[in-house]
Design a protein around this ligand. Structure first.
Ligand code: ATP
Ligand code: MG
Length: 478
């Protein structure tokens, strides 16, 4: 059976209370009783020793009269709430403060004798708890002190105090300790409530939300605004849910974009092929439509390649084949590819390259792809008869490569989105029918795989500049 944490806490708390009261009723009570007996025995023993040395010996050698001795003992009996006895070695009770007649006995034969009396019974301790050879009806604490004369033990002074008088205060003390334990229990109940409020309820909130995440609903967030570990877990969960939400959203967007971009060329290919098949397009016009079909298949191939590239980059990162190569030379050979487009649009390249050769340490074919994409964008979106400036420079052991055009530019609210897959600005739509909107996503993945940075600065209607960094080759650093 699944037991909630709350019931576990509650069980521990109740066990604590039951245990506290059990200990209180058993251990504490007997400890208090023992302490009181011990304490009382010590006090009575001191008194008996004093009586033995000060009064009993004077009484025995008759320097203290019986009346005076009785008076003193009566006062002490009251003061101590205990009976004071004197017994000789043979067990004869020579004096009993509770019985005034005993001390007046005329002859030894008249004394009451305790035949069982044996001082060896006190060997282990200076006091005993018993009914003292049947003399008392209840348990009594008895202390004993010898009375010596001429270095001989002549008799003993005994003080008897009923246990009920000694432990009579225990109930009061127990009440005080019960009250204290009660206060401790109330305090721990308050602590328990604070714990429930600060720990249990937040944990429940987190559990509830995590259950809904488990079912695939990432909308609920954990509302916990504390700076402790639970607050950290809540923030992490909210962040995770947000990421999963956007991931799901991205995936949906990705699939809808891919489907859309595949569907339009396929529809037009299908339409033209059917039209040629049923004779709607006469054979003499077919050449033009074959070219359109070829164009559309090229677009599909480019799209497929782009998706495959991104998929490969996204999964386990890109395996880079880092070598030293001359970036200036790569720029010069790449722009040759664009000669045709440039002459059509009247574009010119303005190369500002640092050094004769500038070695960088990077994956040559991937950087070629980056340069191709950036220059392709620059030529596509440049105004006619403008120039494209490509510049290389060195800063802090990094090579900065900038591709700057004078063209349509990117609207301010689209600048951060150009890196998104399939994103095209409203300004650029229709400028290039083959465009997939994947070029810059691939560029960003490649630069990030090199642990480098790429940035874009653009002004709508004026132009755009892309700047990226590459590590300078160690040969250049030396
Ligand atoms: P493809 O790269 O597959 O040919 P594309 O060029 O449209 O397609 P990206 O290179 O990813 O895709 O660029 C995304 C969008 O960013 C472009 O469609 C365009 O709207 C905008 N863009 C990119 N470069 C420039 C530029 N130099 N000037 C103006 N807009 C640009
Ligand atoms: Mg592009």
């Amino acid at each position: 059976m699944k037991t909630s944490l709350f019931f576990k806490y509650l069980t521990v708390f109740l066990c604590f209370i039951v245990l506290s009261f059990t200990i209180q009723c058993t251990f504490t009570q007997s400890a208090i009783d023992r302490y009181q007996e011990d304490h009382e025995a010590q006090q009575l023993y001191r008194e008996s020793a004093q009586i033995a040395s000060d009064y009993a010996s004077s009484f025995l050698n008759e320097s203290l009269s019986l009346e005076d001795f009785q008076k003193q003992m009566a006062a002490l009996e009251k003061y101590l709430s205990a009976e004071i006895w004197m017994i000789d070695n043979k067990g004869r009770i020579l004096f009993n403060s509770g019985d005034a007649e005993v001390g007046k006995a005329a002859s030894a034969a008249q004394y009451q004798v305790l035949s069982d009396f044996d001082t060896a019974d006190f060997d282990k301790s200076y006091y005993r708890i018993s009914n003292f050879y049947g003399c008392f009806s209840e348990q009594t604490l008895t202390v004993i002190s010898p009375v010596t004369a001429n270095y001989r033990v002549r008799s003993y002074v005994l003080i008897h105090k009923p246990l009920s008088r000694i432990t009579g205060d225990t109930d009061d003390l127990m009440n005080i300790t019960f009250f204290t334990v009660g206060l401790v229990c109330i305090a721990s109940l308050l602590l328990f409530l604070v714990f429930v409020l600060l720990v249990h309820l937040p944990v429940r909130k987190i559990t509830k939300v995590s259950r809904s995440y488990g079912k695939g609903h990432f909308e609920p967030t954990v509302e916990l605004h504390t700076n402790d570990e639970l607050g950290l877990i809540a923030n992490t969960m909210n962040y995770m849910a947000n990421e999963l939400n956007t991931l799901e959203e991205d995936q949906r967007k990705f699939i809808s974009n891919v489907s859309h971009d595949f569907r339009s060329p396929l529809t037009s290919i299908k339409g033209y092929v059917e039209a040629m098949q049923d004779g709607t397009i006469p054979p003499e016009l077919q050449g033009k439509y074959f070219n359109i079909i070829l164009f559309e298949t090229e677009r599909l191939t480019k799209l497929t390649q782009g998706i495959l590239d991104l998929n490969r980059f996204g999964h386990r990162g890109i395996m880079l084949d880092v070598v030293d190569f001359d970036i200036n030379r790569m720029i010069k050979t790449t722009i040759l590819t664009f000669e045709g487009t440039c002459s059509k649009k009247g574009l010119s390249f303005d190369l500002v390259l640092t050094g004769k050769e500038l070695l960088v340490a990077a994956d040559m074919s991937k950087i070629q792809q980056v340069l191709y994409n950036l220059i392709d964008n620059a030529t596509k979106f440049s105004h006619n008869n403008s120039s494209i400036k490509i510049e290389t420079s060195i800063k802090n052991e990094k090579v900065l490569i900038s591709v700057k055009d004078h063209g349509i530019g990117i609207p301010a609210d689209s600048v951060s989105k150009v890196w998104d897959r399939f994103y095209k600005t409203d300004l650029s739509r229709g400028k290039d029918k083959k465009s997939t909107g994947l070029g810059l996503s691939i560029v960003k993945e490649i630069i990030q795989a090199h642990s480098e940075h790429i940035n874009v600065i653009s002004t709508e209607g004026v132009g755009t500049e892309f700047i990226f960094t590459l590590p300078l080759s160690k040969k250049e650093v030396q």
